[in-house]
Design a protein around this ligand. Sequence first.
Ligand code: BEZ
Ligand code: FE
Length: 289
Amino acid sequence: MSTRDFNEHSITDAVVERFADTPDPRLKQIMQALVRHAHAFVREVDMSQDEWIKAIGFLTRTGHITDDKRQEFILLSDTLGISMLVDAINHRMPEGATETTVLGPFYVQNPPLKPADADISGGEHGVPLYVTATIAAPDGMPLAGAHVDVWQSDEDGFYDVQKPGDDPNLRARFTADQNGKVSFWTIVPKFYPIPADGPVGDMLKATDRHPYRPAHIHFMIDHEGYETLVTHLFIEGDPYLDSDAVFGVKQSLIVSLEDGAGAPPAAANKPSGTIWKRLDHNFGLKPAL
Ligand code: BEZ
Ligand code: FE
């Protein structure tokens, strides 16, 4: 192959060839496919110089706004559906195992460990919600001792880490009991916008897309011998279930809240007469290979 005078037709093969000696075969495969697909994209849209400079500017702003608290590249991957595509490819679940969805940027490692029936709402306004969940293997065997991390936004759509102050709120870790069960009080979650004041928000605006995620509670569930499950439970009836800004909704993860009947269970701080909801759910973990 000639090593100079590349034109719009010959340049792709020349660049692919330049990676031919990559020692790691997987890296070689990825780099060569990246070049082929990126060149095909540029050809397909007949990219102008001006547009390419704009694209570089967009990525530069995405880098500049990213720090240890804000990860705009992940948000970009989420809003382009790439996070969910990678998730789907890597989590083909057997019967009886709960489906996965995006982690999102608001997970905090080692959240406060709370006892069964703890109230994680920290006094936030909202309709009280009593959650009970069982953690089991796909064959139904309860997974005692599983760690269950939960986190969610407040009624205004903000996570604790987005607000001033360091107190963890609406997040906790529970340990499943002998029957694989955890239970806690929280508040009914509400839909909220993903951070939209940066380049990803500009992209959503320019393309007439909204930034909302349907109401959900996040779960990360961990037990030795099983794959860590990262998922959410979405609330039936939410107006954004069919247009989640990050494509994270799966039918099997949509749950209905039941009206709480009678006095709230295990809730000394909920006066009788309180209107409350309940959610019962079974999670299945996939055995690790
Ligand atoms: C979240 O649900 O916390 C989330 C997920 C992806 C992007 C932004 C937020
Ligand atoms: Fe979330």
